[in-house]
Design a protein around this ligand. Structure first.
Ligand code: GSH
Length: 221
């Protein structure tokens, strides 16, 4: 059995030549934003390397064979996907933990992260379907299926938050980052979605989270 070592096979020497961590991504990707917010919250320095993964010229497969961003470049290799990067960054700095250490609490936070990421997956699937098809070629059943995932995801987010300040109660965690990023992504790509009216508690939560410097600095453009 051969062992596939992407960083050794594909890494470009110049990308790995400095000590500082690099995050490869775009300014619109919610997964990229999530890890950038984590880096800022953890007060970790990083260099942001822009990559358009949809361009024919992209060389992202050299860092991630799946052709996706974000990728975190460390001195000794590549890290993907966003959940793995978030966990790595959280344990890299001793500042306040964004992923709780207790098993049950950690699993709750990570499940909420999966919910928020999954909501983004569904939203992006709709965008891609519309980008590559139009008119009768648009798969309406597929679009409706994704829209339901977004709707159900929002309902569960709102229910989970209840009257609390943060998704996991009193402490700010990765769940708040992931959910805040997902809501910001809906505002950015689907401004017609009226989630804020339907779920006032989520709207208040979003106001709180969007005020944080980490969110301000990474607003999608
Ligand atoms: N599960 C991955 C999802 C990453 C992802 O889908 N990124 C998008 C950008 S928003 C991408 O690179 N898409 C390119 C493609 O699917 O070919 C993560 O959390 O990092």
């Amino acid at each position: 059995m051969s062992v596939f070592e992407p960083s050794k096979l594909y890494s470009s020497a110049s990308l790995f030549s400095q000590d500082i961590m690099k995050i490869i991504g775009s300014v619109t990707s919610p997964y990229v934003r999530k890890v950038r917010v984590v880096a800022v919250e953890k007060r970790l320095d990083y260099e942001f390397v822009l990559e358009d993964v949809w361009s024919e010229k992209t060389e992202i497969a050299a860092q991630n064979p799946l052709g996706k961003v974000p990728v975190l470049l460390l001195e000794d290799g590549c890290v993907y996907d966003s959940r793995v990067i978030a966990e790595y960054l959280d344990s890299r700095a001793p500042t306040q933990r964004l992923i709780p250490e207790g098993n049950r609490e950690r699993t709750t936070v990570r499940t909420l992260e999966a919910l928020a990421d999954g909501l983004c997956d569904a939203a992006i699937a709709m965008i891609i379907e519309k980008r590559f098809h139009s008119g009768e070629a648009l798969n309406q059943d597929y679009l409706a299926r994704q829209a339901v995932k977004v709707d159900r995801g929002l309902a569960v987010m709102s229910q989970t938050l209840g009257k609390d300040q943060w998704m996991n109660g009193k402490a700010f965690t990765l769940a708040d980052i992931a959910c805040g990023v997902a809501l910001g992504y809906l505002n950015f790509r689907f401004p017609e979605n009226s989630w804020a009216k339907a779920y006032p508690n989520l709207a208040d939560f979003f106001t709180r989270v969007a005020e944080r410097p980490s969110f301000q600095q990474t607003k999608p453009q």
